[in-house]
Write a protein that binds this ligand. Structure first.
Ligand code: SF4
Length: 212
């Protein structure tokens, strides 16, 4: 089955999912969108009101800020893949609960395995917790301590570069954070290039019989 068919199946399952209580408060589930073949995934927290209405991730005020960040560091939104650790809007925009994040990881895992990104930008504490504690087996000490560098973790069967940063919504309330997030997004290019270089080296080594 091709990636598009698998993605269609995952999307359909998410739109009808009743695995956690968030299905009760959603208008539309928000599975995610973007390039299924991208080497970069942006992983956020949960849909807000506009996302819930449109069924698309990051289309409200925080989304516009995210689009600006993506463009400023030389990428195009449609060339990346964007999703959240929780696919349905929590009531009154409250923060997701740990059990909701863990239940929805059934889908988050499958989306990561399908897109298979080399680099994941963790937008906020929930994405950081999911990637570091739940999948990477490494302590997540909070975005303030963890941001500003690239980590290499084994996640769902592959080595992936992880770039933690604040959720863009944080910069709506504290505009000074915009430049902080932007400086973390600047790490994206280097991480993508390094990952491509490592893959190229691995392929070359394999072709020479160096790696089994
Ligand atoms: S948040 Fe995730 S697990 Fe909960 S109902 Fe929505 S899709 Fe299902």
């Amino acid at each position: 089955m091709g990636k598009e068919s698998v993605w269609g199946k995952i999307r359909a399952e998410i739109s009808e999912c009743v695995k956690c209580s968030l299905f009760k408060s959603r208008t539309r589930a928000v599975p995610g969108e973007g390039n299924l073949y991208s080497s970069v995934m942006l992983l956020g927290e949960a849909p807000g009101r506009t996302e819930d209405e449109e069924g698309r991730p990051f289309v409200g005020a925080a989304g516009r800020l995210l689009d600006k960040l993506i463009e400023e560091v030389g990428f195009k939104r449609e060339s990346l893949f964007i999703t959240n650790v929780v696919k349905c809007r929590p009531p009154n925009n409250r923060e997701p609960k740990l059990d909701e994040l863990m239940t929805c990881s059934y889908f988050t895992d499958r989306i990561i395995e399908l897109v298979d990104p080399r680099v994941i930008v963790a937008l906020g504490n929930y994405a950081g917790y999911y990637l570091f504690e739940l999948k990477g087996g490494t302590e997540w000490a909070g975005v303030t301590k963890m941001r500003g560098r690239v980590y290499r973790l084994s996640i769902l069967g592959a080595q992936r570069a992880i770039i933690p940063t604040y959720h863009p919504a944080a910069a709506l309330y504290n505009p000074q954070l915009y430049e902080v997030i932007r400086s973390d997004f600047e790490l994206l290019k280097t991480a993508v290039n390094v990952s491509r270089g490592l893959e190229g080296l691995l392929k070359f080594t394999k072709s020479r019989g160096g790696v089994g």
